[in-house]
Design a protein around this ligand. Sequence first.
Ligand code: 5GP
Length: 174
Amino acid sequence: MSKKLKLLYNKKTILKRVKDLAQQISQDYPSGEIVLIGVLKGGFIFLADLVRALKTSAHIDFVRLASYGASTHSSGKVKIIKDLETSITGKDVIIVEDIIDTGLTLEFLKQELTKRRPRSLKICALLDKKARRKVEIGVDYVGITMEKDCFVVGYGLDFSEQYRNLPEIFFFDP
Ligand code: 5GP
């Protein structure tokens, strides 16, 4: 595959925004413990940096979701293929997602987790492709609102399992 990658967000920008998010979250939960739910796989690097910048203590758990029904675009049909290992009932929970596009994945996850009766449930996303949203979904903590409508890779985000290792965020220059 010979795709040309162009830098969209450098290391400094990403880490500054991650630090800002961690500060907001630490302020919002000064005494209590929170459960951070990382959405695999793309959110693993974001979650790792976020948790290390927090001042509050946090439990970590993961879910893995899969879309089905359409291969190229978000179909909105989502299922859990790796569930949480801990109960979130009565707990303050934050879903930590790499990127929100149509919002369909998070709408599904939010509905599923709400059924488990957490005390509170918020969403934290590193990147927000707001212009492409199909469903209204409240995002409580947003790292970067993307001006450009493009497919991005790096910092945990992949294209066919490639590019997750890149420390910065790139887009494909056609
Ligand atoms: P949504 O359901 O909001 O349309 O899709 C969210 C999921 O689609 C993200 O968690 C991510 O896995 C994937 N996704 C959406 N946009 C991008 C992108 O620009 N790059 C990568 N690598 N994945 C994306």
